[in-house]
Write a protein that binds this ligand. Structure first.
Ligand code: ADP
Ligand code: MG
Ligand code: MG
Length: 252
């Protein structure tokens, strides 16, 4: 397994500091959840790790197995084993879902060692069955006209096919009804093994009824302010975030 280490990270968007000294380590085999109120910088964290150009890292470090992630281009980060399921997946007209998937897999392989087409289709079919996805989704343009739930299932299809070392799933539960939530959770749980590390970002505890994290972190005002086990998520569900604010003397 791989280890992602984020140390004293500072990130700005358009000159405004959003992440203000964040520390987080994810080892292979571990599932972590980051929870926090809206606007606290959860998606900014995910985007910074994946190298979105709009997010400027002004301090701290991100390393994967000791390699400097911040020095890597976006495609190099994926090749190194990082995967991001975005809160708002983008649509790409003219590129079919199937072609996009296959090129993302091949981008991580050596030239001349591209995935066998029949093997790819077989694996895609199997995973789409698992995620209860309509088979015609494979030939539709990436995310174009997909419903919210279809987009989220599709992000998990990419996850299952890409088999990254470390994945960051940003609000993979948002907008899902309970059946879709169960299917998506089942897909994520299938990924669990001693090597795969996962960071689940969510606003609600609901998802964590289906995916039990090893560690739960609360993010507020651009930092991890509290960490614990699954019981921490339970308490947030019952009591909200106010008790943490009071505990830490944080003003709104
Ligand atoms: P969360 O995911 O926790 O809800 P975000 O990371 O999306 O929070 O946003 C954190 C803060 O950064 C918010 O104040 C938001 O308005 C701001 N922000 C996020 N993305 C952008 C952007 N692309 N341009 C300008 N401000 C942004
Ligand atoms: Mg948000
Ligand atoms: Mg967000």
């Amino acid at each position: 397994g791989s280890t992602l280490v984020i140390k004293d990270l500072h990130v700005e968007i358009e000159g405004k500091e959003i992440i203000k000294g964040l520390n987080l380590t994810i080892n292979g085999g571990e599932f972590h959840a980051v929870m926090g109120p809206n606007g606290t910088g959860k998606s900014t964290l995910a985007s910074a790790v994946m190298g979105h150009p709009k997010y400027e890292v002004t301090g701290g470090s991100i390393t994967l197995d000791g390699e400097d992630v911040l020095e890597m281009e976006v495609d190099e980060r994926a090749q190194a084993g990082l995967f991001l399921a975005m809160q708002y997946p983008s649509e790409i007209s003219g590129v079919t879902n199937s072609d996009f998937l296959r090129s993302s897999i091949n981008a991580k392989r050596e030239e001349g060692d591209e995935i066998n087409l029949m093997k790819f289709i077989k694996e895609m079919d199997k995973n789409m069955d698992e995620l209860e996805m309509d088979k015609n989704m494979a030939q539709r343009y990436l995310n174009e006209g997909f419903s919210g739930g279809e987009k989220k299932r599709n992000e998990i299809l990419q996850l299952m096919m890409n088999k990254p070392e470390i994945a960051i799933l940003d609000e993979i539960d948002s907008g899902l009804d309970i059946d879709a939530l169960k299917v998506v959770s089942k897909g994520i749980n299938k990924m669990r093994d001693e090597k795969f590390g996962c960071l689940i970002i969510t606003h609600y505890q609901r998802l964590l009824n289906y995916i039990t994290p090893d560690k739960v972190h609360v993010m507020m005002q651009g930092r991890i302010v509290k960490s614990g086990g699954p019981e921490l998520a339970q308490r947030l569900e019952e009591e909200g975030y106010d008790w943490i604010k009071q505990e830490l003397g944080i003003e709104d």
